[in-house]
Design a protein around this ligand. Structure first.
Ligand code: HEM
Ligand SMILES: *[C@@H]1O[C@H](CO)[C@@H](O)[C@H](O)[C@H]1NC(C)=O
Ligand SMILES: *[C@@H]1O[C@H](CO)[C@@H](O)[C@H](O)[C@H]1NC(C)=O
Ligand SMILES: *[C@@H]1O[C@H](CO)[C@@H](O)[C@H](O)[C@H]1NC(C)=O
Ligand SMILES: *[C@@H]1O[C@H](CO)[C@@H](O)[C@H](O)[C@H]1NC(C)=O
Ligand SMILES: CC(=O)N[C@H]1CO[C@H](CO)[C@@H](O)[C@@H]1O
Length: 508
């Protein structure tokens, strides 16, 4: 018997050895020395996009790393990015399995986490039609305008006549984008149901306090070192499950509430207007109850909250900070608005096409501060090759947009704020050197909506108020580390109403 085992053992070695040797021969990208077991996980200690930018400078734009048990490929040059998202796009269109996907994203059915395939395609199409199509964007413009007007009036009420007044903008921007998202989902504000709205909002903010970080949601240590899940880190997992239960209950209330309303109010108030995102999704559910379960609907709503609020709010905060540090750009953007939007009316969606400089300011903001500096992790489903290097299946792909956006070989004076650099740049091979929304099949579907929110809010703030810095020193532009980069110090500014816009701010 033992002899038999021995024989099998030798036999398998004989077969495996050449395979192992061959695998070693694979042409892998350069890699810094890895520590035992954790590999390069220690890189997470500091700001990951900056660390990877420095490593790319040292080892070249294609880098392989080891995060615990998982291989990682980091690309930081337009040509490598082009290869990833053209010829190899399908292979790299997957998302890594991560325990957050299971616990926080309805077992990978919420489509940010969903693997590339049939289900992802369907949900992405549903979202495109119901949320991101130009028709839907048109319809939701009422909500954006209403919330931005609300913000402007709130600021006006807090102002001190002709004197400059201090205001903290970060939390206002977060409120604004949250209110817009809430409006899209439930439509409450629109229908004069303000009280219910406030209650739901409070509940959501309460839940958010326990929100895991972006890193936990996509690249948790538990994903890289799964044995920790059995050792003592399970507390972390329990916390996340508890958080999910709370959030799930909240999302369920949102759906049930609309469902009840739909059945007892017989579509009175001008039917068409009453369409909210939840209504649209419930209609899909009626048609195909098996596919569009409540979990699927909650997954879509959840994505609106997680992908759609902080991204826009942070971009708005960075844009305003940059303008405060560059008053001449602020002045230029405002003049453009004053010359193209009649006095006494707030900027609207249809004005945006006439405001190229405003768009340049926002592009330049997204270049310097792409809120997802490493995009979201992708993963390879098969063997492929990038830049002549071999990439194994199940390798996590990180795209360092931050590094590309600040590469002096690509951009002139890359760290300076120069919105003009985007003038007349259209049509060039922009595609691979300016990628704040990612690219390929997994490109951000919310870019149009995000740009609108940021442009309209920024435009309205410039239209209605004079702005200045709190002191003579420049606004501190350091960022907090993480997968989305918030400004480390919440933005404060001085403001006062512009006389020409007062009537607009005081209308009922
Ligand atoms: C300034 C604002 C925004 C920025 C900079 C941004 C950036 C990004 C980036 C970099 C990705 C990852 C792309 C990739 O995996 O390669 C992404 C994905 C995504 N974003 Fe955005 N985003 C913004 C606003 C929004 C908004 C407003 C929404 C929705 C309301 C949204 C919804 C999504 C969704 C659903 C995905 C996942 C797509 C998929 O996995 O198929 N984003 N975004
Ligand atoms: C997720 O789905 C897989 C198979 O589809 C199943 O084995 C697993 O238990 C599910 N996890 C949860 C948390 O429902
Ligand atoms: C957001 O909505 C809440 C509740 O309706 C309101 O109190 C708050 O002023 C709004 N914030 C902004 C910035 O519009
Ligand atoms: C959004 O950002 C705020 C402030 O940085 C944070 O407290 C909150 O948890 C974030 N929310 C989400 C959904 O990531
Ligand atoms: C801003 O960047 C986008 C790419 O995300 C590009 O299509 C657009 O033309 C740019 N706009 C301006 C005015 O530079
Ligand atoms: C598997 C596959 O399609 N790999 C392609 C990835 O892109 C490189 C470079 O463009 C091609 O050479 C590979 O064939």
């Amino acid at each position: 018997m033992e002899l038999l085992y021995y024989f099998i053992f030798c036999f398998s070695i004989l077969f495996l050895l050449p395979k192992l040797l061959l695998q070693k021969k694979k042409h892998l990208p350069p890699s810094p020395t890895a520590l035992p077991i954790i590999g390069h996980l220690h890189l997470f200690k500091k700001s990951l996009h900056r660390t990877l930018e420095a490593l790319a400078g040292q080892y070249g734009p294609i880098l392989s790393l080891q995060f615990g048990f998982r291989s990682v490929l980091v690309v930081s040059s337009p040509s490598a990015i082009e290869e990833c998202f053209t010829k190899n796009d399908t292979i790299l269109a997957n998302r890594p399995y991560c325990f957050a996907g299971e616990h926080l994203a309805y077992n990978y059915t919420a489509f940010v986490w969903s693997p590339y395939g049939h289900h992802w395609r369907i949900l992405r199409r549903v979202a495109s039609i119901e949320i991101f199509s130009s028709n839907s964007l048109q319809r939701s413009s009422i909500i954006r305008n209403k919330e931005i007007t609300h913000l402007v009036r709130q600021l006006y009420r807090g102002s001190d006549g002709g004197k400059l007044q201090n205001v903290e903008l970060k939390s206002l921007f977060l409120q604004l984008t949250l209110n817009i998202t809430m409006g899209l989902i439930t439509g409450k504000r629109l229908f004069g149901e303000e009280e219910v709205d406030v209650e739901l909002r409070e509940k959501y903010l309460e839940i958010l306090k326990e929100q895991p970080t972006g890193q936990t949601m996509f690249m948790s240590t538990l994903d890289f070192l799964p044995f920790l899940r059995w050792v003592g880190f399970v507390g972390e997992e329990k916390k996340i499950i508890r958080f999910h239960r709370k959030r799930d209950a909240f999302l369920q209330v949102l759906i049930d509430d609309r469902r009840r309303r739909k059945s007892d109010s017989t579509q009175t108030m001008n039917g068409e207007r009453k369409k909210t995102l939840v209504d649209a999704l419930l209609r899909l559910q009626q048609a195909e109850p098996d596919y569009y379960s409540d979990d699927i609907i909650k997954g879509i709503i959840l994505i609106m909250f997680t992908a759609g609020t902080n991204t826009s709010a942070f971009t708005l905060e960075w844009a305003m900070s940059l303008l405060l540090n560059h008053p001449e750009a602020l002045q230029k953007a405002r003049e453009e608005i004053d010359n193209n939007v009649e006095e006494g009316r707030l900027i609207e969606d249809s004005d945006l096409a006439k405001l190229p400089y405003l768009r340049c300011v926002i592009n330049e903001t997204l270049r310097l501060f792409p809120v997802a500096p490493l995009l979201l992790p992708h993963v390879s489903s098969e063997e492929c090759s990038i830049g002549g290097f071999d990439v194994h299946p199940r390798t996590i792909l990180l795209v360092n947009a931050w590094a590309v956006h600040r590469d002096p070989k690509i951009w002139f004076e890359p760290t300076s704020f120069k919105p003009e650099r985007f003038e007349g740049i259209e049509g060039e091979r922009e595609g691979y050197k300016f990628i704040p929304f990612g690219l390929g099949r997994r490109v951000c579907p919310g870019s149009g909506m995000g740009i609108r929110v940021v442009s309209l809010a920024l435009g309205a703030l410039l239209q209605c108020f004079e702005w200045g810095r709190v002191g003579p020193e420049k606004v501190d532009m350091s960022e907090d580390p993480g997968l989305t980069i918030p400004k480390a110090k919440p933005l404060e500014a001085m403001y006062m109403p512009r006389p020409s816009m007062i009537s607009l701010c005081t209308q009922p």
